[in-house]
Design a protein around this ligand. Structure first.
Ligand code: WT7
Length: 662
């Protein structure tokens, strides 16, 4: 009974907040904010390249750049090209040299409650050793190194050791399947892979090395697999190819000076989903990328490195982890929390328990996680003391105002500004976001472009800027330092994808958006065949080809459907071979098949058996109609269909399905 009362009070409170249009930065926050004066926007606008150069100069370079932007060959831009630096030196050595070696870089927490504090000096030591170990194995400047690791400190060591010797890393998110790892290693011709014996999954162990072995045998480019021992999972070590991380570490020399690299030296490749079935290898380089992530991490999160405890709950396997767990925070000498596990293991309040335990002051997460917490109930949050929190952030998908307000009230105690940060794997850095000491926020809007960034909304046909309120395509009209430099080994695809629709100087984002009367940006969502499930980016074409590779499937079409928990969910229309019948067993089989092909998180939530799919006369599947039908909308124009009857058959199916659910 008591609980009922609390929740209806909360409802009433949230309804009250729903009436508020704008949330001003709280006075106590402004007083201590690094930026509290609007003039930073004007200053950056007056000379945007000069502003970025000033941001670059905050980094510790071996040789400071004198050049800013080289735009002589768009869209192949270069930033700070005559500067020399090393990402690992910036993330480690500079802090140790400044006497901050004893500062904790990560409070690491394992799934079963283990704790390890890693200082900047600890990581400096381990990274040097591991960099030497990589060199011993014959890996050097320019070689691609795959990393497939869970959220353990070794993943940071591995990334920075690669950076130290100038070997670009290619991290694959631990939730992807071994097949996906193989594909990404093959595309990038990786020379080595760093992985783990087993990964912990809510009290169970997944045999990662075994899975990797099952697909990697014939991939000749991989000369070595380095295995971190983390669990008791059994794994075979192949002679001559496989080595244990702890053994090579033990043997390695302790000193390894960081290579002095050109600003445009590749730092990493990160594969992301595009609108075709083939993932895109987004390439980021060093000087501009670090400038972009360090500047945004400092000012968007108002980081006071000697006071704050920062926690970004993402996985390092996504760009959020690269930019805002590793490179941004470490360049700024931040103290962070790193958590191995899931938000509901060992209990649904674990995040808030850890916030209390480590005194987290800045917390950055995804809207889908916030919605899960709302569902689990406020009591899991309220058990813990979150008074130290002073700033909250979100990323990955549009946040619905209700979730925003709940986050503001229940987690932030109505005193923490929320920064809704819009960006992408390709942009490398946060692009549209409030500055928390300056900008009044509106729930659901990412507000304004970061200083130095230029964005606008244009019409689809001519690329003309739209009036306030009109929805259109989001574009970026200037280069920015952390932008992708190309798609790895696919320059043509890079141009075609991002710089062909409106010319070589306008970056096509792939999101729909609108600006309101006050100039606030509202991101609507993807306009291509990319789906966003729980903030994870997926290509419908990739899921389709996984489904079609099942032997009982003749044809499939995949769409994203709105979902109140995960933002979007995968819905698949499947036509079976011959006269096979769609059963619930087969449905499960197909879901598992997709899981093992791409990764569990990509399994379709809903499968609809279809006798046929709606196609144009030229044989193209009309996904628009499938989206309408799945969302229960009135069907648009069906006259261009080869066989209009297909749609009425499908409609009947959906109606029958709904009747069953009711
Ligand atoms: C796509 C990029 C950026 C790191 C995580 C995702 C969507 C991202 C927001 C936001 C509305 C957002 C966009 C974008 N997105 N942040 N704050 N509001 N939408 O990176 O996997 O490259 O996906 O995520 O659709 O294009 P990603």
């Amino acid at each position: 009974m008591a609980r009922m009362e609390t929740s209806s009070n909360l409802e009433a409170e949230l309804d009250r907040l729903l009436e508020i249009e704008r949330f001003d930065p709280p006075e106590e926050f402004r007083e201590h904010a690094l930026l509290a004066d609007r003039s930073v926007y004007e200053e950056a606008e007056r000379d945007w390249q000069g502003w970025w150069l000033s941001q670059a100069k905050e980094l510790s370079w071996f040789k400071e750049p004198t050049e800013t932007l080289d735009d002589s060959d768009p869209p192949f831009y270069k930033w700070f090209a005559d500067g020399k630096l090393n990402a690992s030196h910036i993330c480690l050595d500079q802090h140790v040299e400044a006497g901050n070696g004893e500062r904790v870089a990560f409070h690491w927490r394992g799934e079963e409650g283990e704790e390890r504090d890693l200082t900047y000096a600890d990581l400096h030591r381990d990274v040097q050793r591991f960099a030497n170990a990589l060199k011993e194995l014959g890996i050097g400047k320019g070689d691609i190194v795959g990393i497939y690791l869970p959220m353990i400190p070794e993943v940071v060591v591995a990334m920075l050791a690669c950076a130290r010797i100038g070997a670009p890393h290619n991290v694959v998110f631990g939730g992807f399947s071994a097949d996906s790892v193989r594909e990404r290693m093959e595309f990038s011709e990786a020379k080595a892979l760093i992985t783990v014996d087993g990964a912990r999954r809510k009290g169970k162990t997944a045999p990662i090395k075994q899975q990797v072995d099952s697909v990697m045998a014939d991939l000749d480019t991989i000369e070595h697999i380095i295995v971190v021992k983390h669990t008791d999972a059994e794994c075979e070590m192949k002679d001559g190819r496989d080595v244990w991380y702890h053994e090579v570490m033990e043997k390695a020399d302790t000193e390894c000076p960081a290579e002095e690299l050109d600003a445009e030296h590749p730092l990493y490749v990160l594969y992301t989903s595009g609108s075709t079935g083939k993932p895109k290898g987004v390439l980021h380089t060093t000087g501009g990328y670090l400038t972009g992530v360090a500047s945004t991490h400092r000012y968007v999160f108002d980081l006071h490195p000697d006071e704050d405890v920062y926690w970004c709950s993402a996985d390092v396997g996504w760009v959020t982890g690269h930019s805002y767990i590793v490179y941004g925070p470490m360049a700024n000498g931040a103290t962070s929390v790193m958590f191995e596990g899931a938000p509901d293991y060992p209990h649904k309040g674990i995040w808030w328990e850890l916030c209390e335990r480590y005194g987290v002051t800045i917390f950055y997460t995804a809207p889908t996680a916030i919605r899960a917490c709302i569902k689990w109930g406020t009591e899991h949050v309220e058990k813990f003391n979150l008074d130290k929190l002073r700033l909250l952030g979100t990323v990955g998908e549009p946040i619905n105002p209700k979730a925003w307000l709940w986050y503001h009230k229940v987690v932030g105690g109505e005193r923490c500004p929320i920064v809704d940060t819009w960006w992408q794997t390709e942009t490398g850095q946060i692009m549209i976001t409030p500055l928390p000491g300056i900008v009044s926020t509106k729930p659901g809007s990412a507000t304004f472009p970061y200083p130095g960034i230029a964005a606008t909304v244009v019409d689809e046909r001519e690329g003309k800027e739209l009036e306030p309120g009109e929805p259109g395509l989001l574009v970026l009209t200037r280069p920015w330092p952390a932008m992708l430099r190309t798609l790895y080994r696919e320059d043509e695809r890079f141009i075609e994808q991002y710089f062909s629709k409106f010319g070589k100087e306008t970056y096509l984002v792939g999101d729909g958006a609108r600006k309101d009367e006050d100039g606030y940006f509202w991101i609507i969502g993807r306009i291509d065949d990319v789906v966003n499930v729980s903030g994870h980016r997926l290509s419908t074409a990739e899921v389709e080809s996984a489904i079609v590779s099942h032997q009982k499937v003749a044809e499939a079409a995949v769409i994203g459907q709105s979902d109140e928990d995960t933002g979007q969910a995968i819905c698949a229309f499947v036509t079976l071979e011959g006269d096979l019948e769609g059963t619930s067993e087969l449905e499960q089989e197909i879901r598992d098949h997709v899981g093992s092909r791409i990764g569990k998180f990509t399994r379709p939530k809903r499968i609809i058996w279809a006798d046929d799919l709606p196609k144009t006369r030229s044989g193209k599947i009309m996904r628009r109609l499938l989206r309408d039908i799945a969302e229960g909308r009135a069907l648009g124009d069906v006259t261009t269909l080869r066989d209009p009857d297909v749609m009425s058959q499908l409609e009947d199916k959906i109606k029958a399905e709904q009747a069953e659910d009711d």
